[in-house]
Design a protein around this ligand. Sequence first.
Ligand SMILES: Nc1ncnc2c1ncn2[C@@H]1O[C@H](COP(=O)(O)OP(=O)(O)OP(=O)(O)O)[C@@H](O)[C@H]1O
Length: 315
Amino acid sequence: MAVIEARGLGKSYGTRRAVDDLSFTVHPGSVTGFLGPNGSGKSTTMRLMLGLDRGEGRTTFDGRTFAELEQPMRHVGALLEAKPFHPTRQARHHLQMLAVANRIERRRVDEVLELVGLSAQAKGRPRKFSLGMGQRLGIAAALLGDPHTLILDEPSNGLDPQGITWLRQLLRHLAGEGRSVFVSSHLLQEMAQLADEVVVVGRGRLLTSGPVKDFVEHGGTAEVLLRTPDLGVLAPAIVAAGGTLTPDDDGLQRVTGLDAARVGDLAHQHGARVHELTVRRATLEEAFLNATGLDEEYRGAITADRPAGEAGGAR
Ligand SMILES: Nc1ncnc2c1ncn2[C@@H]1O[C@H](COP(=O)(O)OP(=O)(O)OP(=O)(O)O)[C@@H](O)[C@H]1O
């Protein structure tokens, strides 16, 4: 099982720096989410990793670049664009051609069709496929060589909620078998459930990388929501204990700096009545927005679990 090591990746389009000195590591046995605003260089990075774009830097899969791999489809499976297949060639034939060209047993074609839920459409022509079905065929092609490493650019594009759940289970299963899975997605809530690690980029540069849990804890703000008719008593106690209160529109106080147990204990000590005490955990979306410094306009464009295509301005 391969460690992916990307080192010093870089690429310019004219004067525009699409990817700039980007280095990160993807570990086997984990799903690593690749996050960044639109145009931050994710697709370019993935192409650079596979040597499909000319640029700077080097990516190795257990020490070897993609070009150095013998039978690369057996090592690295990639999904880079939505419909990279002939529109009128049957889905099964498309996979069979790939299998033959890469010396992969033909029976694997039926296995991957089954795996992605396309067995019934094996004779269908991609021209008539929905975006989601096209994505499934692309994922089948990526899995054809039973590779230990997967690089998937927006694989959930076009999938319905059921499809997204299926994909999550599939990728978790593949990572559970010890494979390295590197996947970009705009669906941040989905990514929070899927990824173990994240690599976050902005304007082509690395903003952060590491366990998703750490990223959310450090990048988001956990809050305690408090409703009390005795705020006059409790608020000074909370402030004295190091907390900060911000009133919400509907009479709630948002408390930061103290956990719910501490707020509850303070209420008890000061004889204050509490009508509501709720923990609001930090979210990946919040950490992402903070890390990337996206402005309010952008906040409207990328939201949790709304396909980018619906979000306006995305692909
Ligand atoms: N073939 C190209 N010619 C010129 N500029 C390009 C080309 N491909 C990408 N770019 C530019 O490079 C930057 C990075 O694009 P890229 O597609 O890698 O970003 P991305 O993070 O994948 O975006 P998205 O999330 O919208 O898919 C963008 O500014 C884009 O306009």
